[in-house]
Design a binder for this molecule. Structure first.
Ligand code: UD1
Ligand code: CA
Length: 462
């Protein structure tokens, strides 16, 4: 197999998104658009992956470094069109082999489609193979003109296309496989289009044909070529992405009775047989293992829910959370950077932050780890089998030993040894028969207030 290099074009501006964030960094399924494309690109195991950045170059470059540290970044400045972008990338690419061109803002492209494109490219021994789409509204897409045998002979941008070509719905998705040898020979001399001052990568097709090279095309579902030009289109992409991913999870055996109400992230991992109840939101970095159940109205990010564990309804798991096998997190419980040991329970109304909870421990309703002193975060450790009574404040750093019991309503500021009982609250005081006395006192005071009120009103009138 020939070497595969991939270039991702991500230098464009995306003015219509309506905010300062570069278009390719807008989030889809909890990850930047660019992350989706890099993910797809990596799935093809290229020997070289190059990202062309330009608009907000430093910011996009930083994102690339974070998302795919192996990828090379080249800066295109100024941005003189797609052809210019590939030219700028050429020094960072191998001399020969196949080059796959992708756009940083088309997140629905599937690796399997690209594999089909590359297979056809090789089989036809083509120098240029286009990924064509037939969108419902071909609008501004470049149109592909073909010969009698269905081979591409040129791409004409919509603004330059004659009416008969504009009537065609065979459109350029932008994705193409190119032989680097041909690109090096034919691309650099490409001249900018006088009207827009841009160098069109698409002009390469007619040049390749003129040079006697073989061209080919593969059709893909129109969805895969979709990008987002504004927030409305981005939301539409999100909806399509969610639908697709839910279907994959259902097909794999995840139990999701109301899939339309479950919001997933690019990297959400849910094991077959796990249950996700209606109305659950997954932020980035969540793993749900087999036999686990995520109940309704829960919000999870950066968390692992281990086998047989149960979370929610109305649970919030924040980054750094592990709910170990068979553990339970109930309603209105928030965990952050917290490890709940096997079989441990925090069933109601609690906050566990920067905490380590041992196996089988029981965290009573209203328990709070006071992990922040206004300056720094501190850890709370709760030993295996410990019992924390309701409405306990654990002032970190603090450790409650294994098997210890903490009385309800305690404010725990010092370590509690294993198997100890700690009660830290005001002592209860009982005075027999005092209630009627108190009530009589309160009634007398109330009467006195009423009498004073009447007197004041008389004085005012006088
Ligand atoms: C391009 C194609 C068109 C195709 C359409 C599909 C050309 C000339 N036209 O048009 O045939 O139907 O995509 O969406 O190629 N970019 C750079 N540097 C630049 C310019 C663009 O990196 O100087 C990047 C953009 O960030 C974007 C991609 O290239 O990711 C496409 O650029 P865009 O301006 O959106 O091209 P279209 O006009 O949509
Ligand atoms: Ca575009």
């Amino acid at each position: 197999m020939r070497d595969l290099a991939i270039v991702v074009l991500a230098a464009g501006k995306g003015t219509r998104m309506g905010n300062a964030l570069p278009k390719v960094l807008h989030p889809l399924a909890g990850a930047p658009l660019l992350a989706h494309v890099l993910h797809t690109a990596r799935a093809l195991q290229p020997t070289r992956l190059v990202v062309v950045v330009g608009h907000e170059a430093a910011r996009v470059e930083a994102a690339v470094r974070r998302l795919d540290p192996e990828a090379a970044v080249v800066v295109q400045e100024p941005q003189r069109g797609t052809g210019d972008a590939v030219q700028v990338a050429l020094p960072a690419l191998p001399d020969v082999g196949t080059l796959l061109v992708l756009y940083g803002d088309t997140p629905l492209l599937r690796p399997s489609t690209l594999e089909r494109l590359l297979a056809e490219h090789r089989q036809q021994q083509a120098a240029v193979t286009l990924l064509a789409i037939r969108p419902e509204d071909p609008g501004a897409y470049g149109r592909i003109r073909t010969d009698g045998a269905g081979r591409p002979v040129e791409i004409v941008e919509a603004r330059h296309a004659p009416p008969e070509l504009l009537a065609s719905d065979l459109c350029n998705s932008g994705v193409m496989a190119l032989e680097l040898e041909l690109v090096r020979r034919l691309l650099p001399p490409l001249a900018p289009h006088p009207e827009k001052g841009e160098v069109y990568l698409t002009d390469l097709v007619a040049r390749a044909v003129a040079a006697g090279a073989v061209t080919a095309l593969v059709e893909a579902p129109a969805e895969e070529g979709l990008g987002a030009n504004d927030q409305r289109e981005l939301a539409a992409l999100e909806a399509r992405w969610q639908t697709r991913r839910r279907e994959e999870l259902l097909a794999a055996g995840v139990v999701m009775p109301a899939p339309d109400t479950v919001h997933l992230a690019l990297d959400t991992t849910i094991a077959p047989g796990a249950v996700v109840e209606p109305y659950v939101v997954f932020g980035p970095g969540v793993v749900v293992e087999e036999g686990a159940r995520v109940r309704s109205f829960s919000h999870l990010e950066g968390a692992r829910v281990a086998a047989g564990a149960e979370v929610g309804p109305f649970a919030r798991l924040r980054p750094g959370t592990v709910v170990a096998a068979g553990a339970r997190v109930g309603n209105f419980v928030e965990l952050k950077n917290a490890h709940l040991g096997p079989g441990a329970k925090a069933n109601h109304l609690a906050y566990l932050g920067d905490a380590e909870v041992g196996a089988g421990a029981n965290i009573g309703a209203g328990t709070i780890t006071c992990n922040y002193d206004g300056v720094a975060k501190h850890r709370t450790e709760i030993g295996a089998g410990a019992f924390i009574g309701s409405d306990t404040a654990l002032v970190a750093p603090v450790r409650v030993g294994a098997g210890a019991i903490v009385g309800a309503g305690s404010v725990i500021t010092a370590d509690v040894p294993d198997e100890a009982l700690a009660v830290a609250r005001g002592r209860q005081c009982v005075r027999e028969g005092m209630a009627p006395v108190l009530r009589e006192r309160f009634r007398r005071r109330q009467k006195a207030r009423e009498r004073k009120g009447e007197q004041d009103r008389r004085d005012e009138r006088a």
